[in-house]
Design a protein around this ligand. Sequence first.
Ligand code: CA2
Length: 148
Amino acid sequence: MKIRVINGPNLNMLGIREPDLYGADTYEKLCALIESHAKEKGIEVEVFQSNHEGDLVDFIQQCYQKVDGIVINPAAYTHTSVAILDAVKAVQIPTVEVHISDVSKREDFRQISYIRQACETTISGRGLQGYLDAMDYLIERSEKQNEQ
Ligand code: CA2
């Protein structure tokens, strides 16, 4: 099974600022956690981060017919990007939306998520563990599908 984990703008700054919201762990630590979880579960993973909307769209398009699941934290683009929503809809790959912080308890403008309608579920407020939970969701989904 192949999973891609996609992170949007500023998430490469994890651990550098705003530890109250996003924790003290760095982006490199997040990548290491994801890679070790994938190894433990016996799946293939690639982690991608960009600060540019078009690069995120390009990466999602490259997943078409090559990948079994997407975990995506579009960061600020969650609340603005129809282009990322359309890309996820276009590739028709099971996708889970992840947020490190609990967006439901934050500003009004963060209550809108464009991507949500293209995702099977949303995991929010579980810190970095949310990424691993999203991977488990996709792995269990794939196992159930293979049983049928
Ligand atoms: O909680 C999340 O994961 C968010 O997607 C993070 C975004 C924010 O715009 C969303 O509303 C919720 C912000 C990511 C910025 O990450 C930083 C990390 C460290 C220092 C500064 C920014």
